[in-house]
Each structure stands twice: as C-alpha cells, then as structure tokens.
Design a protein around this ligand. Structure first.
Ligand code: HEC
Length: 92
C-alpha cells in the first residue's frame, strides 16, 4: 500500500512539473512570434518548404489568394498570416 501511494504521489508531482514546463514553453513561443515583423516571419516561415517568393513577384490580388493557400499549408495563425501578407503587399 505504501509503495502504491508513493508511486501515485510521484506521478502527480511529475504531472505538475510537466504541465508547468509545457505551459512556459508555449508562452515563450507565442511571445517570440508576437514581437516579430511580417518581414521576419516571411523570411523564417515561407522558406521551410520553398525559396521565399519575393514581394514583387505578385500583385495584391494574387497575394490574397496565395495567402488562403499558404496559410493552411504553413499552419499560420491569423495574426501571423496578416503580418506576413500585409508586408508582402506593402513591398510589391
Ligand atoms: C508546408 C509547406 C509550405 C509552407 C510553409 C509555405 N508554402 Fe508556399 N507552397 C507550398 C507548396 C507545396 C506549393 C506548390 C503547390 C501549391 O500551390 O499548393 C507552394 C506554392 C507557393 C507559391 C506559388 C504559387 C504560384 O502560383 O506560383 C507561392 C507564391 C507561395 N507558395 C508562397 C508562400 C508564402 C508567402 C509562404 C509563407 C507564408 C509559404 N508559401 C509557405 C508549400 C508551402
């Protein structure tokens, strides 16, 4: 019985530590991209799959439709996608 209690307690403690670690980790991640500009996010995100397309390659209408496709492919939040495509449209 005593061993079971100790094992149970250890599991709870481990669970709490894991929860805190995961939480602080994701909070840092969110903070990291919130401080980044559209240009930075564009350079870091879009190159994961192909060379970063230059802003001048497309007009605003094209960028808007590309946004719909790449937002899903790159798994971007609305905020990230807004920043990146506002940057691309401002620089073409
Ligand atoms: C997860 C991989 C992935 C990421 C990340 C990604 N793309 Fe793509 N992209 C693709 C694939 C695959 C294609 C070609 C097929 C297609 O159009 O769906 C493509 C095609 C394109 C094209 C070509 C469209 C055309 O008509 O020539 C553009 C422009 C583009 N991506 C822009 C971006 C931008 C901007 C980002 C960053 C926000 C981005 N991509 C992030 C996978 C990705």
């Amino acid at each position: 019985m005593k061993t079971l209690k100790i094992v149970g307690l250890a599991a709870v403690v481990l669970g709490i530590i894991t929860a805190f670690t995961l939480q602080s980790c994701s909070a840092e991640k969110v903070a990291a991209y919130k401080n980044k500009s559209g240009a930075q996010l564009w350079g870091e995100t879009c190159i994961r799959c192909h060379s970063t397309p230059s802003p001048a390659s497309f007009n605003d209408t094209d960028w808007s439709s590309i946004e719909l496709h790449m937002k899903v492919r790159a798994n971007l939040t609305k905020e990230q996608s807004d920043k990146i495509f506002e940057f691309l449209k401002s620089a073409n």
